[in-house]
Design a protein around this ligand. Sequence first.
Ligand code: SF4
Ligand code: SF4
Length: 149
Amino acid sequence: MEYEQVRELLRKWGITIVPKAAKRIRSYDVDTFRDMAKRTGQIDFDCDFSNGNCAGRAMGGNGCCTPDGCSLSLGYWRKEGGTLDEDTVRRISPFYDPKTGFLEDGMGCRLPRELMSPTCLVVHCSDLMMTDEDKILLAKIRYGDRMSP
Ligand code: SF4
Ligand code: SF4
């Protein structure tokens, strides 16, 4: 979608667009959050697509992303405090489809990791393959700087 169309959608949902410098995502400024989000790309989430579809280890057979869930939640960005920064909205808009959200049929998520919401970054069914550093990184994203010493 065009930025202006997503902006209108957000207005209907009661979400305010704020300047990037004013936004905190789980307590972090936007660039710090994106750096952490990018680092999650190194994590082995132990997802199981051996039969063609996700085994949905702990979550039933539907997998963690559904077209409806993704489109209605704007990839779960709607959960982030009633505001979104303009830069994030501009960057995610071209990837967003009102029917399927950011989900590409048969391909998975269209969003680069640094533009995914905290919810999408931290959801997992298995931590068997994760290092302690991986788990700490996910907890820092999930709980914000309450995790810092
Ligand atoms: S996190 Fe769970 S539901 Fe999502 S793709 Fe991986 S195994 Fe499937
Ligand atoms: S990971 Fe991507 S496709 Fe899945 S719910 Fe989040 S934004 Fe949507």
